[in-house]
Design a protein around this ligand. Structure first.
Ligand code: FES
Ligand SMILES: [Fe+2]
Length: 419
């Protein structure tokens, strides 16, 4: 084990450079790690997904969201631009905005009525000059220099990202060309929000973002995928890992030849079941709406953004640490404004596949908790992330953990571990 002394001198223990195939379990267990992640990753040189532009269609539209654990307000001002700032009153620290979103001229803290504009500037202090000539704030108090922290914002294909860092590269450079293409492949025209929900996961946030990048588990854990031939490792597909390692795409396309492959039979897998039938087979009916035969595309952006297209289900997910062993997973289901009624019905029906109680994602919600419980007294042990070798390169096989290693490459970089 090598010990590094990152900028704020927190005594974090990582693992030797050059070996991304072993991950120490204590990284999912230590409070100091969670605090350092907030400072170095979420508030560091990263772009964090905040909300959809479609959620702020008009000037005055706002949403509350998070940058890691930091509460944030995102608002569109009358100049048409999107602004984001810490949702913390500069007086005593109360939340400035309490609800999920809406339309507002400005924002007033409920505690002592300090007032902020849509860009997060402190604009008014109740009884600033006191009452009857007594009390009030010091005349020298400068409202301009006392505001909540402001984020940089950048919008790509209708996705609003925010960063507290001046050092983070432009959003498109941060995504890299392949990830940018993967996003614009799906989000290529005006979206419509079909629904949203929040799931609370009983595990460290990193276990979920690893799971999203884990192309190896999909057809093994998710019996439904395999049984109904929605996703098999034998299908055409691959995994793309961005240069920095932190962003990925895994994709697969229906492949009639692979349909009859013997790979799953010979492995004697729990997920290989040929005698299951659906009462209503229209659940699986889909259309090739992007014209490339790709029926599944899971895309992630470091640290906590996911865009998923599974058949005709399109959803964005935001992964947020709430505590060491609690993660918020916020989902928004999308359609497009020009959807036909048939396609809209298909999307609604298929949403039963994906989601906290769906046929597929229910298992992802549970399995992180299985790991968190399994490693309870294994802080000195390590996970093995060696499927497909030790590289973080893009490849056409999904029987690999390349994109999980990619996550850890980016994680080590941002956390200040030796590279
Ligand atoms: S805490 Fe917001 S006005 Fe006092
Ligand atoms: Fe999964």
């Amino acid at each position: 084990m090598s010990v590094t002394a990152p900028a704020n001198n927190a005594p974090l223990t990582f693992w030797p450079p050059g070996n991304l195939t072993r991950v120490p379990y204590h990284l999912y267990q230590e409070p100091a790690v969670l605090d350092a992640e907030q400072q170095r990753i979420f508030e560091g040189a990263t772009w964090n997904y905040l909300c959809l532009e479609a959620e702020l269609p008009q000037p005055g539209g706002y949403r509350t969201t998070f940058l890691g654990r930091m509460p944030v307000v995102v608002a569109r001002d009358s100049d048409g631009e999107v602004y984001a700032f810490e949702n913390r009153c500069s007086h005593r620290g109360a939340l400035i905005v309490l609800d999920d979103g809406g339309t507002a001229r400005d924002f007033q803290c409920v505690y002592h009525a300090w007032r902020y504009d849509r860009q997060g500037n402190l604009k008014g202090i109740a009884f600033q000059n006191g009452v009857n000539g007594e009390g009030g704030m010091d005349p020298a108090f400068c409202m301009k220099s006392h505001g909540p922290r402001k984020l940089r914002t950048s919008v790509f294909c209708g996705l609003v990202f925010g960063s507290l860092s001046d050092d983070v590269p432009d959003l498109e450079d941060y995504l890299g060309p392949e990830i940018a293409r993967g996003i614009s492949r799906v989000l290529h025209k005006p979206v419509q929000i079909l629904g949203r929900f929040k799931q609370t996961l009983p595990n460290n946030w990193k276990l979920y973002v690893e799971n999203v990048r884990d192309t190896y588990h999909a057809s093994l854990l998710h019996v439904f995928f395999t049984t109904f031939r929605l996703n098999r490792l034998s299908q055409k597909g691959g995994v793309v890992v961005s240069e920095c390692g932190g962003n990925h795409i895994s994709f697969s396309a229906i492949d009639p030849i692979a349909e009859n492959g013997e790979d799953y039979k010979t492995e004697e897998l729990r997920s290989e079941k040929d005698d299951f039938k659906l009462e209503d087979a229209t659940l699986l009916k889909g259309i090739d709406e992007f014209g490339d035969g790709v029926t599944l595309q899971i895309l992630s952006v470091f640290p906590g953004f996911v865009l998923a297209q599974i058949q005709n289900t399109i959803a964005v997910r935001q992964v947020l640490p709430e505590g060491l062993e609690t993660t918020a997973l916020n989902w928004v289901y999308l359609g497009f404004q020009d959807d036909t009624p048939e396609l809209r019905t298909m999307r609604h029906k298929q949403s039963n596949l994906i989601g906290p109680a769906g046929f597929v994602s229910m298992e992802d919600g549970a399995v992180g908790g299985f790991v968190q419980r399994g490693i309870a007294s294994a802080g000195a042990q390590e996970a093995i992330v060696e499927m497909g070798g030790d590289s973080v390169r893009s490849q056409s096989s999904r029987t690999t953990e390349a994109s999980v290693r990619g996550f850890w490459k980016a994680y080590r970089f941002h956390m200040g571990a030796d590279s």
